[in-house]
Design a protein around this ligand. Sequence first.
Ligand code: ATP
Ligand code: MG
Length: 444
Amino acid sequence: MHISKSFIPILKNNPSEAKIKSHQLMLRVGMIKQSSAGIYSWLPLGFKVMKKIEKIVREEQNKIGAQEILMPTIQSSEIWKESGRYEDYGEEMLRIKDRQDREMLYGPTNEELVTDIFRSSIKSYKSLPQLLYHIQWKFRDEIRPRFGIMRCREFYMKDAYSFDVTDEDALFSYNKFFLSYLKTFKRLDLTAIPMAADTGPIGGNLSHEFIILAETGESKIYADKRIFDLNFEGTKLDVKSLLEMRSQYEKFYSVTDDKFKEDEFNEKVSEKNRLKTKGIEVGHIFYFGDKYSKPMEAAVDLPGGKKDYVKMGSYGIGVSRLVGAIIEAKYDEKNEIMKWPISVAPYDIAIIPMINKNDTSALDKANKISLELNQNNIDAIIDDTDENLSSKVKKMNLIGAPYQIIIGKQTEGDLFEFKEINKETQKINLKEIIKIINKQKAQN
Ligand code: ATP
Ligand code: MG
């Protein structure tokens, strides 16, 4: 891709309306454009990143045996009346009337709809467990949308739902998602800590929020620092391994605001291990038994001939919020350098040729290299403008491709000035460059 032909509307300065760095950067490099309060269009750069995050989220859902479906954004109020949440949900729900005067709504979450889908087809314990998920836009009429796509009204979410016969089986499902969340965030190069949480309007009795540390986060968190040293690698997908893995995390105090009690914190955590800070909620999982299956009569036949309501859980990841969360974690605001983890970078590498009016040889070289990188599954962006070198480098630092090649006076034969963003330059040939990048990509 040539920058002159791309739709990457970069601003010279930070937009004044943005209060936190993810919002600043996203507007600055044209990843998003606000269309109305809390509602955004995703421009090519932002969309590419979000799609790559979505892919990783999807792969990790599939790995635990969850099956992907796609439910609509618009739902009928009927099922929400069945569950009793139509009144309870309040003003955050966007309510709409169709031309027949039927009450519809833009889904803020999908427990009711998925329960309706489930009950119409699954009748026997033999078909359980069922783990279903979709990745779809949600709408919540937030009272104070802010910080760009971090707290907006229309946002992209992965939500999964589990259906089991017994509490025990349901906890097994819960723990599968618990592990898959740790793995998903790790692949995004984030350390997300599971924290015991309140269940809020989803209801139920067991719940964890996955939070990444950030000063600009809206969740207050209180934790035992040692929770950061835990390791979930090697956990197998069986009941025992998963239980052990989760109880490892639960040994350490880690809660958000709603569950925090000063006395308990001071008693359970020694002073040197106490961490009081802020974070961003990127995922949230709930176990709520028959809270929806009972009023909506989603029951299956049991082995002895009896029937029982299925036990359910739900599991959300804020796919669009994660774009902002990664920026909060990785953007060096002072030096204006964004370094995307290669797993989600909009481009793998930036090629920066020095171009003089009458001499296009550097650009020709850049085009040739880009082609060869492409053939090796490496996505490059070329700055083909005639700006000076330092402003080109600044621009690419903001866009944040993890690697850069500079083609200029120093370029001799087949050796290129290559560097990982923000690191020392080395002179190597294209073959080695391809090897370095593909090795890095394979690790994700
Ligand atoms: P919050 O506490 O941030 O309002 P929530 O607890 O209401 O979120 P959930 O119902 O748990 O949200 O939704 C699952 C995930 O969806 C959240 O963990 C978050 O990552 C994302 N999310 C929720 N609300 C928004 C929003 N207004 N804008 C962007 N992402 C959101
Ligand atoms: Mg939540």
